[in-house]
Design a protein around this ligand. Sequence first.
Ligand code: CTP
Length: 402
Amino acid sequence: MLQHKKILLGVTGSIAAYKAALLVRLFVKAGAEVKVIMTDDAQDFITPLTLATLSKHPVQSNFVADYASGVWSNHVDLGLWADYFIIAPATGNTIAKMAHGQSDNLLTATYLSARCPVFVAPAMDLDMWAHPSTQANIATLTSYGNTIIDVEEGELASGLEGKGRMAEPEHIVAFLSNFEKKNIKSARFAGKKVLISAGPTREAIDPVRFISNHSTGRMGIELAEAFLQQGAQVTLVKGPTTLTADSAIQEVNVSSAQDMFEAVSSHFPTSDITIMAAAVGDYTPVETSATKIKKKDGNLTIELERTKDILKTISASKKGHQLLVGFALETNNELENAQRKLASKNLDLIVLNSLNDKGAGFKHNTNKVTLIDKHNNITNFELKSKEEVAYDILDAIHEMVD
Ligand code: CTP
């Protein structure tokens, strides 16, 4: 995501400055161009030569770069050059200066003139971090539109334990990559209402036991976030899972197949695109005991009855402009079963994944899918991350609604 991005890294005088070397290395590895500004104090912790070598650009620290020739470091140019300005580590002192518009060094002057998004990764001892003045400065910086990359918890240079460590370089790079991903200006689903179901359902046997499945909801959540990023208004009907989706997604949390049926049915009439990615329980106990079932000698038989088929039910009231997508998780006769489901549930598209493919289905962050549309066009995809699979599905849907 950071390929060809121009990243200006500001390094201030904290022991965490040694991590700036790894940060520069990771940014460069991700394909970004990196320039570094260091404060004088930062140079007590790491040498400019290290960061210049890793970034392949001279490190800048002073307004005047070379007194003899009169060459100076133009903080305005630096600020305009950058796509992102990230101050990591940011000391309490630099944060205070930034919050109050002080510009007594190249770094803070560049901050004042930068027009790009600014990220601040604080690093300090736990009491400095917790101090009301630091917290007030952080709130001020946030109110100015800067993004704070939260401190992490652990052992601090002082020997104390707590919150105050700079976020690990890997986390900072991931944070920026995610920011970049969400900012890609693509609004091909703008104005579209998208309804997605995700996760398992739970069918209660008694107050402590239930029947469920291994679905984590990840595929549905990736789809919801991809649609959100591309301009859609997304409602996510989510069965019980620990995974969470972007807070801009309207979430409806449900438990049983009946709950999911009701939630999906109520949102379906107003949605343009509906995707049932949930692993809905096909059977539920005929009776749910109000009290815990006590064990007895011998076997226990629980009678199960069919739950409603959500897709089949909503597809009966589908209007011409509405697009309906289902999933099929199969173990045998995969293509045949998926084609049968596509037809019997009156779908526009079905996403087939086979449990026979390594890395596909439940519990993996990857998936290998085949898309089959209502005209029986069949497209096979390689094993990919579920995020990438989500974008393949979006591409196919976009072709159908375009
Ligand atoms: N589905 C649904 N309601 C159910 C069961 C499944 O809407 N009660 C949806 C799933 O979300 C999925 C699709 O139907 O999009 C296929 O689900 P699957 O369980 O594989 O298919 P079934 O129709 O239940 O067939 P089978 O159990 O024979 O595999």
